[in-house]
Design a binder for this molecule. Structure first.
Ligand code: GUN
Ligand code: ZN
Length: 332
């Protein structure tokens, strides 16, 4: 006999993008004032008016009364660093100083497995408290940091995408890997976690300045061999970063071209920020089907700039929403 539960309350769910206020597409959402969600062995069996469902329920069912509250699908955070949970609101100037002063020292602590396991649990508690049930997560360059978050998510039966940060230059020695070592670690993690239960692996070159050409090329190779893998990185967040990328990769016509050159821009790629992109970069992202993780609180906290949501949308680029903690100010 399956275990059945009925959650009763106002229910709101979306079938399509509702578009821009003040004229949302009415047929993009469904709403029941006195609705109910029928859950059988942890899976949704039906959603409807309470009175419509009431006639069909089994004799043995657990009722949960959420009247006066709103029941919705879980949110998705498409870009977040779980290792930065404890540095939220660290007073920073801009991106590159913030990374050196707060982020890298905090990430060094993840060499210790017990610390990673502790933060992983606190991170998932806090994420769920805000209604987020799925996230794409940056770990640190320590493979153990990836084991910790996947293992914690697996125990809670969560959907989670995560990956080991790849970074073979321009970072403290304690955090850097090598082109071959980073790939070897990623391959071990892919074998252990990708496709297990609701987990998936996302290859994670931090951003162009912290990877050598050899490392980016090797990531592209792994991705070509297994199109079921995801990829996450950062793109065009801060003016100083842009100038640095231009200096490091003079052979590339713009920032996006660095990732394109190594085969890292596709329908399973998520790039955080994308604030200072040209029209041409928008068009190329749209053609590739890649998505930009719009990280509003992070963009404001680090003074990175305002994301041009309308221009991005008009160019046909897919966008998702992200907290980007710890530059973002909370997981909600
Ligand atoms: N660019 C490279 N690394 C990071 C990071 O950890 N946070 C943000 N916001 N941008 C980055
Ligand atoms: Zn980020």
């Amino acid at each position: 006999m399956p275990h059945s539960r009925l959650l009763r309350g106002a229910v709101l769910t979306f079938d399509a993008d509702p578009g821009e206020a003040p004229t949302p597409q009415a047929d993009s959402l469904r709403y029941w004032e006195d609705g109910a969600v029928w859950v059988e062995d942890g899976r949704i069996r039906a959603v409807d008016d309470f009175s419509a469902l009431a006639a069909h329920l089994p004799e043995k069912i657990e009722f949960v009364d959420y009247r006066g509250k709103l029941i919705m699908p879980g949110f998705i955070d498409s870009h977040v660093h779980y290792s930065q949970l404890d540095i939220i609101a660290s007073f920073g100037r801009e991106l590159l100083d913030w990374l050196n002063d707060y982020t890298f020292p905090a990430e060094c602590r993840f060499a210790e497995r017990a610390h990673a396991a502790d933060v992983a649990e606190r991170f998932l508690d806090e994420m769920l408290r805000g209604g987020t049930t799925t996230a794409q997560v940056f770990c640190t360059s320590h493979p153990g940091s990836v084991d910790s978050i996947f293992s914690a998510a697996q125990q809670r039966r969560l959907r989670l995408l995560a990956g080991k940060v790849l970074m073979d230059r321009h970072a403290p020695e304690a955090l850097t890997d090598t082109a071959t070592g980073g790939i070897r670690d990623s391959e071990r993690l892919i074998a252990d976690w990708h496709g297990k239960d609701r987990l998936a692996y996302s290859l994670t070159p931090r951003f162009a300045p912290t990877s050598s050409r050899e490392q980016l090329d090797a990531v592209g190779g792994v991705l070509r061999n297994d199109p079921s893998l995801y990829l996450q990185s950062h793109l065009s967040e801060n003016r100083g970063e842009l100038a640095w990328v231009a200096e490091l990769f003079p052979e590339c016509r713009d920032y996006l071209a660095v990732y394109e050159r190594y085969g890292l821009v596709g329908p399973r790629s998520t790039y955080a920020h994308g604030i200072h992109l040209s029209e041409d970069e928008h068009t190329r992202l749209a053609d590739a089907g890649a998505n930009i993780a719009f990280s509003p609180t992070s963009n404001l906290f680090l003074g990175s700039g305002l994301f041009d949501r309308l221009a991005t949308r008009n160019a046909g680029v897919i966008t998702s929403l992200a907290s980007d903690v710890g530059a973002g100010t909370g997981l909600c």
